[in-house]
Design a protein around this ligand. Sequence first.
Ligand code: GAR
Length: 195
Amino acid sequence: MNKQKAAVLISGNGSNLQALIDACKQPDFPVEITAVISNKEEAYGLNRASEAGIPCHVIKHGNYATREAFDKAMHEQLLHHCARIVCLAGFMRMLSPWFVAQWQGRMLNIHPSLLPAFKGASAVRDALNAGLRETGCSVHVVTDEMDAGEVLLQAKVPILPGDSEESLHQRIHAQEHRIYPQALKMLALKLVQGA
Ligand code: GAR
């Protein structure tokens, strides 16, 4: 099978990266991960990538004078690894309009809310504080506007009495790990058909 090459950008634990790695191990999954990039050297997801034999790179945003200079360094690595798709998996940096334009229609993000509700970095806490009975997660196409691109897949997660941010986020994670590989597959098949 001719697989599409994808790279995954992370900043932390990388449990979604792990879900993508596991999915890509299936012979009939239409994607292979050719690189993992982290902006943090302590990100545990780097261990997951190494264990899976995937080349990984730390590109520290602090070493670059501008957001765009940092993004250009990432972009070079992505091209070096022949990536045609980029997956943001807990990558906690805003991307420059330049970078977003390079990957238009080819970059996905996983976000822990039922978008358009609760955009931003504290989505799980915000949903809990809102006193709702349900939240969830979304995989969306990345556009210039934060957490606002076309939603490909969503999953609902109940908010239970006594939930803490951690317990709720744990249940959200379980759904993220289910829908992110599905959405990646959808995008890869769409790109193949459009090619
Ligand atoms: C995930 O829950 C993801 O939805 C969230 O960070 C977590 C990363 O977990 N992303 C955002 O909040 C983006 N705004 P992971 O490192 O274990 O995959």
